[in-house]
Every structure is written in structure tokens, then in C-alpha cells.
Design a protein around this ligand. Structure first.
Ligand code: HEC
Length: 180
């Protein structure tokens, strides 16, 4: 898509293309064609290179913030402060379970506190990768169970399983994230 748009633009700007528009009596060259609509987004979307460690941290931060929001929205339902619709419970549970499938991928080597000042991840993430993996697996297991529970549609059961998921968040943060 992006390449196609860029190619179309290049063609529009090329003398060969402009030449076709010129009238026979050698009028001044036509002004350059206005940029095609997709030009600006395409240019921005084109990656200049691989994401930097700061980029990787920023993405990780946003993904965890989203996870935290799904947790909070779910707990409003569990506490009876939001309508406990089955579809909502399932959607939040799936979003959390979904993050568990790429959690470890968000922590490549070289994105720790020695490189990225803003990160709240402790160096132990990388020095004790096996332990970190185990905490991630606990979260994956409990969030998968949350999806199943949510599909059952029972808000009390959902709340109970949500508590188990929350415990896996805390267990990982205790050892691998800076304290507040
Ligand atoms: C396997 C470990 C692990 C699990 C499981 C985990 N987290 Fe985290 N979380 C981290 C680490 C490490 C960071 C710090 C990331 C960084 O700053 O680079 C973090 C950051 C966060 C942040 C962002 C905090 C901030 O101010 O930047 C939130 C919110 C968060 N986690 C919520 C949750 C919730 C909610 C759960 C469970 C549903 C959870 N996390 C499960 C390890 C984990």
C-alpha cells in the first residue's frame, strides 16, 4: 500500500508524467500536482529503522497502562459499579489474556534501566529471566482462566477469578518492577 502510494506520487512528479499534461505551444510547465491524500501518512508511517530502546519502553508502558485499565474496568463490574454484561467481561478478559501472549516479547535485552532512564523495570527482569518467565506464565494461565469464567457470564465467579489474575500482577511487580 505505502509503496504503491509512493510510486504513484513519484510518477505524478516525474517529468514524463508532467510532459503529457503540457500543451503543444510550450506553456510553462504545469505546477506540480498536489500531493495525493495518502502522501503525508505514508511518509510518517515509513519506518526510518528499527525501534529504539526508548521506543520499545514507550510501547511497553502504553500496553501495560492499557492492561491496568482493563483490570480497573473489570473490577468496577465485579464490585457492582458497572453493568456486568457478559460481552464486556469477555472483552476485558480477552484483552488481558492477549497481552499475556506478547508480554515477554516487550522486554528484549538492552531495554533495561541501564539504557532507558524512564523504565520502571528492574534489572532483575534480565538477570533472572527464568523467574520473570515463570511470573509471566502464571499471569497467562490465570488470565486464560478469566476468559473461560467470563464466558460463563457469572459476575461473582468473574470477580473471584479477577482476584487471582490480580495476584499474578502483584507477584511480578514485587520482584521485577520498581516500587511506588
Ligand atoms: C511478568 C511480569 C509482569 C506481570 C505478570 C504484570 N506486569 Fe505490570 N509491569 C511489569 C513490569 C516489569 C513493568 C515496568 C515496565 C517498564 O516500565 O518498562 C510493568 C508496568 C506496569 C504498569 C505501568 C506502570 C507505570 O507507571 O509505568 C501497569 C499499569 C501494570 N504493569 C499493570 C499490570 C497489571 C494490571 C497486571 C496484571 C493484570 C500486570 N501489570 C502484570 C511486569 C509485569
Amino acid at each position: 500500500m505505502i509503496r504503491t502510494a509512493a510510486l504513484a506520487l513519484a510518477l505524478l512528479a516525474s517529468p514524463a508524467f508532467a510532459g503529457k499534461k503540457k500543451s503543444e505551444d510550450a506553456a510553462p510547465p504545469a505546477p506540480p500536482a498536489p500531493p495525493a491524500a495518502p502522501a503525508a501518512p505514508a511518509a510518517e508511517a515509513a519506518p526510518a529503522g528499527a525501534p529504539t530502546p526508548a521506543d520499545i519502553y514507550e510501547y511497553r508502558h502504553q500496553a501495560f497502562e492499557a492492561l491496568g485499565k482493563h483490570m480497573k474496568a473489570s473490577s468496577l463490574m465485579a464490585k457492582g459499579r458497572a453493568p456486568a454484561r457478559q460481552a464486556d467481561m469477555v472483552a476485558h478478559a480477552q484483552a488481558m489474556q492477549g497481552l499475556s501472549t506478547y508480554l515477554l516479547d516487550m522486554f528484549p535485552a538492552g531495554t533495561g534501566p541501564d539504557v532507558v532512564a524512564e523504565t520502571e523495570a528492574l534489572a532483575e527482569v534480565w538477570t533472572d529471566w527464568t523467574g520473570f518467565q515463570a511470573r509471566a506464565q502464571d499471569f497467562a494461565t490465570e488470565s486464560q482462566a478469566l476468559v473461560t469464567t467470563a464466558q460463563g457470564g457469572d459476575v461473582a465467579a468473574f470477580g473471584a477469578q479477577l482476584g487471582k489474575v490480580g495476584a499474578t500482577c502483584g507477584a511480578c511487580h514485587d520482584s521485577y518492577r520498581k516500587g511506588d
